[in-house]
Design a protein around this ligand. Structure first.
Ligand code: ARG
Ligand code: ZN
Length: 889
C-alpha cells in the first residue's frame, strides 16, 4: 500500500551500497496507541531575545510526575530541527541528556524538577511557516499542530496543559509591538535601544495555543462589555499599509462575542482579545488564547478591495476563531485524532452564527455546496477518512473538509434530532463537565446523550465510519397515502470494507403537484439498511420533498419525474429543497448528455426546455430575494457532476455544461439582460438588496457570455468601468473582469492591465488578479497560467500567492484536465518545487491528482504518472509522502 523507501531486506541491496541512505518511511501514528504523558508541566516560563535572523529562547519547565500515567524517569521533549545549547535541571548544568532523532531525552531522579533549556532559532530562514517565523519584517508564530517543537523542546501534545509566562526583549525600532497570550503584566526599556514586555496567561493551555508577535504594527482598538459587565480591550494589529481596512473585522468580532453569549451562553474570559494579520500564513487563521493570528485575507476588507464573498468570509473566520475560545481552548483535544471535537463543533458554531447574521437559507446552501464539492469527493477517494481518523503520519494532512465540514454536519444532525433547546442543554453540560480538560469526541457524545437526552449508541458510527451514505428513496401510492421505501448503503473506503447502517435524520414533506398543496414537514429517522413507512396523503400527484434543509450529509437517490422536479424547484417552501430540485434537474440533463443517452427521458429539448422554464420562473419570482435567486442560478459545478459518475470524462462534462449554459443564455437572453440592467441600477451599499443585486448581476453576465459573447464582453466591460467610478465595488470589478477574462475581446487585455495597475500595491488584490485568470473559461487558460507562473509578482514562498494561481487553476476543471496532461505536470512541478520550502502547503496540491481512479483511463494514466514522479523524488516531506503514497495506494 505504501511506497517503500527503505530496502526490505535488512542486509541491504548491493545496488544501494553507494547511494546515500534513504530517509526512513515516516511512522504511522495510531489512535489506539494513546497513552497519557508521564509528566505534568504545570508552569512554563519563556524568555525570548528576539531577532529576525537569530532568536534565543530560554524555557523553564516546571515538571512533575503524572500520577495518572505509567511512571517513568525519562522526560521526552519533542524537538524539530533544534539543538539544546544548554540544559539545566534545578539550576545546575546537566550533561547526561540524549537526543533521540529530533527529540531531547532528559532522565530525572525525582518526582518534581525545573528543567531549563536554551535554544536558538533563525526565524528568517523558516520557510515552512510553522513555529516562529518572519513575515514582512515582523515575527509571528504558528504552533498548531506541532510547531511549538520548532521553538523549544517540549512535550508538544495537546493533553499537556500549562500556564505560560512569556517575556520578550528586542530592538524597539524593529519591534515596537510585543504581544503574547493573556494579560500584559509588565514592560520597560532595556539597554541599547531594546525594550521588553511580559505577558501572563492564567488559563492552562497546550503548547499549540501559544503565540508571540513582534513587529511594527498599527492597531485598531475597541472594547466589549461582557454579559457580566466585564470590560474587554479589543485590538486588531496590521501593518501600516493595511490601516483602515480592519473595521469590518472589528464589527464581526463584537457581533461574535455577543452572539456566543446569547446563543451558547459563553462569555469571554480575559481582559484582552487581540488579532494580528499576517500575510504569510499556511491556513486561514489560528485561535491562540487571547491572541488570534490571521491570514490577512480573513481580516482586511474595504469595498474597493474586498468582494461581498470576502466580507462574509472575514466575518465567518473571525467568528470561528473567537468561538474556539470555548470550543477548543477552554476545552481542548486529548490527542490530534480528536481534532473534529474542536473543529467540527466550531465550524457548526460559525455556520449558525453566519446564518443568524445574514440569510439563513442562502448560508445553508453555500455550506452544502462546499461540502458536496470538496468533502464528498474527498470521502469517495483515496484520502477518505472518518471525522475521527484512526491513523496518520502527518497530522497537518488531516485538517480536511471531512474533519471540519463533515464534522460540523455530524453535530448539526444531533442538533436536528434534539432540537435547538435540548442541543443547547447538551452543549452546556459538555462545557461544564469538561472545562479545563483535554477531551475526546466520546466525551462530547456522552454529554449530548446526558444533556440533550439522545440515545447516540448507533450514532457513534458517524465518528468511526468513513464514506458518504447513499440513500435510495422510492415512493409508491397506496390506499389513502404513499408508501416510502428508504434504504441506505455506504460504499467501501480505504481500510474499511464493510459498512454498517448509520442513523440518518431526514426532514421530509409530501406535497401535491396537482393541487399545489404543500405538506407539513416531519422528521424521519432512517436507522436500518431498509425501512418502509406509510404517509397519509389526499391528492393524485404526491411529490416527496426529502432531506429538506440538507438534514443529513448523504447522497439521495430518488427517481423523480422531471415534472416533479420542476414543481419542487418552483414551489417548494423549503429553499434548500428548491435549490436541490433545480440541481437535480440540471444534473439529470447533463449526465444523460455526457453519457450520450437518449435525452427524451428529460422531455423537450432533452430536458433543456424544463430547465429554461424553471429558470424563467426563478428570474420572475417576487417571493425570493436576489441573494436566494443567485443560488438558484448556480449550475452544478464540474467536480460535483464528475462525482455523480463512477468514472468521469472531464472534457465531456465541461462541453455539456457549457453547451447548456450557452443554450440557456440564448433562450433567456432578454431575461438575463433585463436582470443585469435592473441589478445595475441598485446602489453600491452593503445591505442584502445591494449584495443580492451584485450577485445576480454577474451571474446574468455568466449566462450571457456563454450565449452571446460579443454582447457579454460589452456589458462586462461596462460593469468593470462603472465599478472604477468613486464608490464602485470590488465585487462588480472582479465579476466583470472574471467574465471578460474568459472572452476574446480587445477590452480583455486592457482591463486586466488596468486592474493590475490599479491594485499593484495590494497583494490580496493581486492574488485575485492571478486567480481570475487561472479560473477563466478562456481556451488558453492553461498557457496563461504557465506564463503567470513566470510573472515577477509570482512566488511560491507566499502561500496565498501560490494558491491564488495554482489552486484556482486546479478548480478550473477544463484547463487542469487538459487532455495532454500539461495541467497535471504543472501541479506536480509545483508540489516538487514547494515541498522543500513549505511541505504543509505543498501537500495540499496532491489530492487533485489523487482523483485519478475516478477519471477516464487516458487522463488517469497521466495523473498517475505525475504522482509517481513526485513519489520518486528524494527527501520528500512527511506531508507530501503521506498524501502521495495514499493517492497511489
Ligand atoms: N485551528 C485552526 C483553525 O481554526 C487551524 C490551524 C491549522 N494549522 C495547521 N498547521 N494545519 O481552524
Ligand atoms: Zn478551527
Amino acid at each position: 500500500m505504501d511506497i517503500a523507501r527503505t530496502p526490505s531486506t535488512p542486509d541491504g541491496n548491493p545496488h544501494l551500497a553507494d547511494a546515500p541512505p534513504l530517509p526512513p518511511t515516516p511512522p504511522m501514528i495510531l489512535r489506539e496507541d494513546y497513552r497519557p504523558f508521564g509528566w505534568l508541566v504545570p508552569n512554563v516560563r519563556l524568555d525570548f531575545t528576539l531577532g529576525l535572523a537569530e532568536t534565543t529562547v530560554r524555557a523553564d519547565l516546571q515538571v512533575a510526575r503524572n500520577p495518572a500515567a505509567d511512571s517513568t524517569p525519562v522526560l521526552r521533549l519533542n524537538g524539530d530541527g533544534l539543538n539544546p545549547l544548554e540544559v539545566l535541571v534545578d539550576g545546575a548544568v546537566m550533561n547526561s541528556w540524549v537526543m533521540e532523532g529530533p527529540d531531547l531525552l532528559v532522565t530525572l531522579p525525582d518526582d518534581a524538577h525545573t528543567v531549563t533549556i536554551t535554544t536558538r532559532i533563525d526565524p528568517a530562514a523558516n520557510s515552512q511557516l510553522m513555529g516562529l517565523y518572519a513575515s514582512g519584517g515582523m515575527l509571528c508564530t504558528q504552533c498548531e499542530a506541532e510547531g511549538f517543537r520548532r521553538i523549544t523542546f517540549f512535550p508538544d501534545r495537546p493533553d499537556v496543559l500549562s500556564t505560560y509566562r512569556v517575556r520578550m526583549t528586542g530592538p524597539r525600532a524593529d519591534f515596537p509591538v510585543l504581544l503574547s497570550n493573556g494579560d500584559l503584566v509588565g514592560s520597560g526599556d532595556g539597554a541599547d535601544g531594546t525594550h521588553w514586555a511580559e505577558w501572563h496567561d492564567p488559563w492552562p493551555k497546550p503548547s499549540y495555543l501559544f503565540a508571540l508577535v513582534a513587529g511594527d504594527l498599527m492597531v485598531q482598538r475597541d472594547s466589549f462589555t461582557t454579559m457580566n459587565g466585564r470590560e474587554v480591550d479589543l485590538g486588531i494589529y496590521v501593518r501600516a499599509e493595511d490601516e483602515g481596512r480592519t473595521d469590518h473585522a472589528m464589527q464581526s468580532l463584537k457581533r461574535s462575542m455577543k452572539w456566543d453569549e446569547e446563543v451558547f451562553g459563553r462569555e469571554y474570559d480575559l481582559g484582552i482579545f487581540n488579532i494580528v494579520a499576517v500575510s504569510d500564513f499556511n491556513m486561514g487563521a489560528m485561535e491562540n488564547k487571547g491572541l488570534n493570528v490571521f491570514n490577512t485575507k480573513y481580516v482586511l476588507a474595504d469595498p474597493d478591495t474586498a468582494t461581498d464573498g470576502d466580507y462574509d468570509a472575514v466575518e465567518g473566520v473571525i467568528a470561528h476563531e473567537y468561538f474556539h475560545n470555548w470550543s477548543g481552548n477552554r476545552i481542548t483535544c486529548r490527542d490530534w485524532f480528536q481534532l473534529s471535537l474542536k473543529e467540527g463543533f466550531t465550524v457548526l458554531r460559525d455556520q449558525l452564527f453566519s446564518q443568524d447574521m445574514g440569510s439563513a437559507p442562502v448560508k445553508r446552501i453555500e455550506d452544502v455546496r462546499v461540502l458536496r464539492s470538496v468533502q464528498f469527493p474527498e470521502d469517495s477517494g483515496p484520502l477518505s477518512h472518518p471525522i475521527r481518523p484512526d491513523s496518520f503520519r502527518e497530522i497537518s494532512n488531516f485538517y480536511t473538509a471531512t474533519v471540519y465540514n463533515k464534522g460540523a454536519e455530524v453535530i448539526r444532525m444531533m442538533r436536528t434530532m434534539a432540537g435547538p433547546e435540548r442541543f443547547r442543554a447538551g452543549c452546556d453540560l459538555y462545557f461544564q463537565r469538561h472545562d479545563g480538560e483535554a477531551a475526546t469526541c466520546e466525551d462530547f457524545v456522552r454529554a449530548m446523550e446526558d444533556g440533550a437526552g439522545l440515545d447516540l449508541r448507533q450514532f457513534r458510527r458517524w465518528y468511526s465510519q468513513a464514506g458518504t451514505p447513499q440513500v435510495r428513496v422510492a415512493v409508491a401510492s397506496v390506499e389513502g397515502g404513499v408508501e416510502l421505501t428508504l434504504s441506505q448503503t455506504t460504499p467501501a473506503t480505504p481500510g474499511q470494507e464493510g459498512k454498517q447502517a448509520v442513523p440518518i435524520p431526514l426532514k421530509l414533506a409530501l406535497h401535491d403537484r396537482a393541487t399545489g398543496t404543500l405538506g407539513e414537514e416531519t422528521l424521519l429517522m432512517l436507522t436500518g439498511a431498509e425501512q418502509r413507512v406509510t404517509l397519509p396523503h389526499d391528492g393524485d400527484a404526491p411529490v416527496l420533498s426529502v432531506n429538506r434543509g440538507f438534514s443529513a450529509p448523504v447522497v439521495i437517490r430518488r427517481d423523480l419525474a422531471p415534472d416533479d422536479l420542476v414543481f419542487l424547484a418552483a414551489r417548494d417552501d423549503d429553499p434548500f429543497a428548491r435549490y436541490e430540485a433545480m440541481q437535480d434537474l440540471v444534473v439529470g440533463h447533463l449526465l444523460s448528455a455526457v453519457r450520450g443517452e437518449a435525452p427524451e427521458k428529460w422531455g423537450a429539448e432533452g430536458g433543456r426546455a424544463a430547465i429554461r422554464d424553471v429558470l424563467a420562473t426563478v428570474l420572475a419570482d417576487d417571493g425570493i430575494d436576489d441573494l436566494m435567486r443567485g443560488e438558484l442560478l448556480i449550475l452544478p459545478g464540474e467536480t460535483y457532476l464528475a462525482e455523480q459518475l463512477p468514472v468521469a470524462d472531464p472534457g465531456r462534462i465541461h462541453t455539456a455544461r457549457e453547451a447548456l449554459k450557452g443554450w440557456l443564455g440564448q433562450a433567456l437572453e432578454g431575461e438575463f439582460l433585463a436582470l443585469h440592467h435592473r441589478a445595475s441600477r441598485v446602489g453600491n451599499g452593503f445591505d442584502a438588496e445591494a449584495k443580492g443585486a451584485r450577485k445576480v448581476k454577474t451571474q446574468a453576465l455568466v449566462f450571457l457570455a456563454a450565449g452571446n459573447p460579443g454582447l457579454a464582453a460589452e456589458l462586462a466591460t461596462a460593469q468593470y468601468d462603472a465599478s472604477c467610478e468613486p464608490g464602485g465595488t470590488m465585487t462588480d470589478r472582479q465579476g466583470g473582469l472574471l467574465v471578460l477574462a474568459g472572452l476574446d475581446s480587445p477590452a480583455r487585455t486592457a482591463r486586466l492591465l488596468d486592474f493590475y495597475n490599479r491594485h499593484q500595491d495590494n497583494p490580496l488584490v493581486i492574488d485575485k488578479w492571478f486567480s481570475l485568470q487561472a479560473q477563466s473559461l478562456h481556451r488558453n487558460a492553461l498557457a496563461h497560467v504557465q506564463a503567470l507562473a513566470q510573472h515577477p509578482d509570482f512566488t511560491l514562498r507566499n502561500p496565498n500567492r501560490a494558491r491564488s494561481l495554482f489552486m484556482a487553476f486546479v478548480g478550473n476543471a477544463n484547463a487542469f484536465h487538459a487532455p495532454g496532461g500539461e495541467g497535471y505536470r504543472m501541479i506536480a512541478d509545483t508540489v516538487l518545487a514547494l515541498d522543500p520550502l513549505n511541505p504543509q502547503t505543498a501537500a495540499r496540491f496532491v489530492p487533485p491528482l489523487g482523483r485519478w481512479r475516478r477519471i477516464e483511463p487516458g487522463r488517469a494514466a497521466l495523473m498517475r504518472e505525475q504522482l509517481e514522479r513526485i513519489a520518486a523524488a528524494p527527501r520528500l516531506s512527511r506531508d507530501t509522502f503521506e498524501q502521495v503514497s495514499r493517492s497511489l495506494g
